[in-house]
Design a protein around this ligand. Sequence first.
Ligand SMILES: *Cc1c(COP(=O)(O)O)cnc(C)c1O
Length: 379
Amino acid sequence: MKFETRAIHAGQHPDPSTGAVMTPVYLTSTYVQEAPGVHQGYEYSRTGNPTRSALEGNLASLEGGTHGLCFASGLAATDAVLKMMEPQDHVVAGNDLYGGTHRIFTQVYQPMGIGFDFVNTGDPDQVRDAITDKTRMVWLETPTNPLLRITDIAAVSEICREKGVLLVVDNTFATPYLQQPLALGADIVVHSVTKYLGGHSDVVGGALITSDDALHEKLAFIQNAVGGVPGPLDCFLTLRGTKTLAVRMDRHCENAAKIAAWLEADSRIGQVFYPGLESHSGFEVASRQMRAPGGMISFELAGASEDEARKMVSRTKVFALAESLGGVESLIEHPPSMTHGAIPVETRRAEGLSDGLIRISVGIESVEDLLQDLDDAIG
Ligand SMILES: *Cc1c(COP(=O)(O)O)cnc(C)c1O
């Protein structure tokens, strides 16, 4: 079945006891057993819960994988992958990762003896050169945050296969509707379902998807042994979100493409970062590996003044000044002082993230209202 149909139905069946079409929120911690060890597949809700199982099946299907595992947040999902590592193991990671991912790598796992090297994964040769005989895993995001840099997943996966290391792709920015890392050779897909998958800014959650049975078994063991699982209501809300993923993403992308083109043509604006623009360094790879370039745009005002950027993001009326992304509502922020404030200023500048950068998560409102709002706020 096609993506749009699976988004609505995969993992879900009418409730056998009542016929309820929507998956019930199974608010239960435990399940009755007929005799010790004889039950209907559920014994305790850290190990398994039917609402969570429905979401896990749904996300596995959307990513084209065979197994899904859900977690209490994107970082709890990330943590579960890292728990497969042992001291002395080495990870090659992208140098433009989500800040919280960089933090758990360098401040939680590095002190425990896991080695990390950060490279520009957009250049597959840099990945190849960074892999040592201790490397177990390559971890990348594409598009990245906030500069929307693109990595050729198939090219990196070929190197990983050749070297015998796992490839993990954080697909939060693209979503499975726009990009399918498992089909391009990734071993594990990571999600913050907090963003586009949930889609309504009302739930925090994470997920892992794989088609490798042995990897799934290890990760499911960690999920149960460590216990960073989401509650059934969060799973229900996420399931409600994924049903409309395809139509939401179509509108996010349509609005973002119009706004990116408008920004690029405006003399009050400096650089615009959007993988759907031919001026973007990742345009060609993005056109090949993504269905559409997504709903995130970063830009600078002409002159790239930090002061002007801070004033501009405080003046919008439809775009809310807030961190996070991927909800139906449009958000605007200033990465250097908000989402990326924890990155040392020299590192930030060296990686091309200027003090005057502005990031928007384009929502699904009327694009005319969004353009008017930006026009007024730029002033
Ligand atoms: C938000 C985010 C995360 C972390 O997810 P949480 O749900 O906030 O824990 C990881 N990766 C990316 C790309 C994100 O945007």
